[in-house]
Design a protein around this ligand. Structure first.
Ligand code: ADP
Ligand code: MG
Ligand code: ZN
Length: 625
């Protein structure tokens, strides 16, 4: 559109809009919003009944307090606020949250969070043409040399990277636990940042870019901060997703500025979070506008990194949950050529992470961190951190002097199963739920290869009317075919029990069916466990396809799809027959567990096995086969 005008012109126009927007917000003057942490502040305010209403978009939440709140609490410079915003962490249990909101009568608005866009829109329509004209004049004058400097523009291309100095809340390797391999790989980086001369003298090539890859919550951001903290160097962090929706040209200039700042402060660390947001593989020939900004930003990062010389004491650390989608250009030598996998912690690692997060908590003697670590397979650092926090809150609510074992186990239950919901169930519903859950549990106890049953409950939680919790004995990374089949059977147990007892089924089994269908599909399509399909992948793995036009998804013929569907049906039908047979034979056990559940509502592992008449620890007898 503006072939000759370049980004400066566009920047100018944008600056004018921004100025206008700023002035109008100054005039309309809504009270300030305070950003509060999700835990403890936000949850505490909700539980305390002090939140009037909220609106949410994505994970962002904005809302109004009933009574003004002083924030930060207990600080001298605290101010009172009537409006707040917060961010719901990805791992938060949103079912539990929405129940909590409901029970506290918080109004959840349908109106969008105020992003200011609508206001901006109004202004664009109202003043757009005039502004454009003024902007054009301004620019022409500037070109003619009439206006020097352009102070208003100076800040525009500035990187919004947050610089945190070593003094502000320094994070060190002390705060990181359970991911020792990843930590070890970064020790050398710390050493380089501490004494670069040592390495430069010998002419060794120090990595310029380190890519941390791992599941969300495994501690990638924490680790990057710890490297900066250990080395005592400034830390510039920016999230790549911030670049995505920017005006063309601004992303690249932010990057330029970010690198400039870091070089001035060198030795320093630049941390680019969520690299996959801009660093996805570029699909040849498919680029349809819209992606330009991403590419320009990415190219600028690569250019900057290529421009590093042996004396540049800046290290770029990037993090991603999805290394497999990254553009190979990012991984070439001299770029992110050092790749560090941040794996979920094992049991010993979980124990160490629990130690870190209970350091400042007064723990009762009853708390056994080893045992907690053993019962939390699959949890990552962020989960464990929130478990400790939740346990501390539980203890505080119960006015315990110290955090006790029961505070931990209840907190864990709330995190894993969702908060209990106060609904009134009819007698008939309650009984049906008891048979349904007993069905899951009995199948789980009697099927070889199924995970042990840890808890059975007919207290409604989240969306579910009841729950049967089965978790593996140890950390599992690999499942055999018979174990997967056992999962499918356990999921079918609820429905089969209802059918046997009542002769008909209800809608309650929906999530069970979704779950087992997915397992069956993966068995066939991904893990080659069906003779009819054979050991080939016919289902794209997560994150493989960046679009429907990419190869991969379309390689699977319609015929194959159909065979997959037939195979899913076959596996599930066979499993269902077996489960029905098993529960018909074991009707006594089903009845006795259901009866116990109606009396007790919740049974733990030992109680549940006792009710069924199986001694826990003894190998399960397969009576169904
Ligand atoms: P990621 O960036 O991998 O998604 P974060 O580094 O943001 O994860 O982790 C979030 C929080 O979880 C951290 O601030 C920390 O409190 C906790 N945490 C995560 N991993 C660990 C760990 N390995 N050791 C100690 N705490 C951890
Ligand atoms: Mg992170
Ligand atoms: Zn169920």
């Amino acid at each position: 559109m503006f072939p000759r005008f370049g980004w400066r012109f566009i920047a100018l126009i944008v600056a004018l809009f921004a100025l206008n927007y700023w002035v109008s917000t100054l005039l309309s003057h809504p009270p300030e919003r305070v950003r509060v942490p999700y835990t403890p502040t936000f949850l505490t305010q909700v539980r305390g009944g002090n939140v009037k209403s909220i609106s949410a978009k994505g994970s962002g939440v904005q809302g109004d307090f009933k009574k003004d709140v002083r924030y930060p609490p207990g600080k001298k410079n605290a101010k009172t606020y009537s409006r707040f915003s917060t961010e719901v962490p990805a791992f938060a249990n949103t079912d539990a949250l929405s129940n909590l909101l409901q029970s506290k009568g918080v109004e959840v608005n349908a109106k969008p969070v105020d992003s200011g866009r609508s206001l901006l829109g109004t202004i664009l329509i109202g003043f757009g043409p005039t502004l454009l004209f003024i902007g054009l004049l301004f620019w022409l004058m500037r070109r003619a040399g009439g206006l020097g400097g352009g102070g208003a523009l100076a800040g525009l291309g500035r990187s919004r990277a947050r610089r945190s100095e070593e003094s502000a809340q320094r994070v060190t390797f002390e705060d990181v636990a359970g991911i020792d391999e990843a930590e070890d790989e970064l020790v050398e980086i710390v050493d380089f940042l501490r004494q670069p001369e040592k390495y430069q003298r010998l002419g060794g090539r120090i990595p310029r870019g380190v890519l941390l890859s791992g599941l969300p919550g495994t501690g990638k951001t924490l680790l990057a901060r710890a490297v900066a903290g250990e080395a005592g160097v400034p830390f510039f962090s920016i999230s790549a997703s911030e670049f995505v929706e920017m005006i063309v040209g601004v992303g690249a200039s932010r990057v330029r500025d970010l690198f400039k700042q870091a070089k001035e402060a060198a030795p320093a660390i630049i941390f680019i979070d969520e690299l996959d947001a801009i660093g996805r593989r570029r699909s040849a020939g498919l680029s349809v506008g819209g992606n330009d900004e991403r590419e320009q930003t990415l190219n600028q990062i690569l250019t900057e990194m290529d421009g590093f010389d042996a004396n540049t004491e800046v290290i770029v650390i990037a993090a991603t949950n999805r290394p497999e989608v990254l553009d190979p250009a990012l991984l070439r030598p001299g770029r992110f050529d050092r790749r560090v996998a941040v794996l979920p912690p094992d049991k010993v690692g979980r124990r160490k992470i629990l130690e870190v997060h209970t350091r400042s908590l007064p723990l009762d003697d009853s708390v056994d961190l080893d045992q907690i670590a053993a019962t939390t397979p699959g949890m990552v650092g962020a989960d464990l951190a929130s478990l400790c926090n939740e346990a501390a809150l539980t203890a505080a609510r119960r006015e315990h002097e110290r955090v006790r074992a029961e505070d931990f186990s209840d907190a864990l239950e709330r995190i894993v199963l969702g908060a209990e919901r106060k609904v009134v169930m009819t007698v008939a519903d309650r009984e049906r739920t008891a048979y349904h859950e007993a069905g899951h549990a009995v199948v789980g106890m009697l099927t070889p290869g199924a995970d042990p049953v840890r808890k059975v409950s007919i207290i409604p939680r989240g969306m579910a009317l009841g729950v049967t919790l089965a978790t593996p004995e140890t950390d599992r990374f690999n499942y055999s075919e018979s174990e997967l089949l056992a999962r499918i059977k356990v999921a079918l147990g609820g429905r089969a029990a209802e059918e046997i007892v009542y002769g008909e089924i209800t809608t309650g089994a929906e999530s069970d069916l979704q779950q087992l269908t997915q397992v069956a599909r993966h068995m066939i399509g991904r893990w080659g466990m069906s003779p009819a399909i054979g050991p080939v992948t016919v289902e794209p793995s997560d994150g493989a396809g960046a679009g429907p036009l990419l190869p991969g998804a379309s390689e699977v013929s319609e015929h194959t799809q159909q065979v997959v569907d037939e195979e899913v049906r076959r596996i599930v039908d066979e499993a269902y027959d077996e489960v029905r047979g098993l529960l018909t034979d074991q009707r006594d056990r089903l009845e006795s567990l259901a009866r116990r559940l109606l009396e007790e509502e919740t049974l733990d592992e030992l109680e549940a096995y006792a009710a069924v008449g199986i001694q826990r620890g003894a190998p399960a007898v397969s009576a169904g086969a």
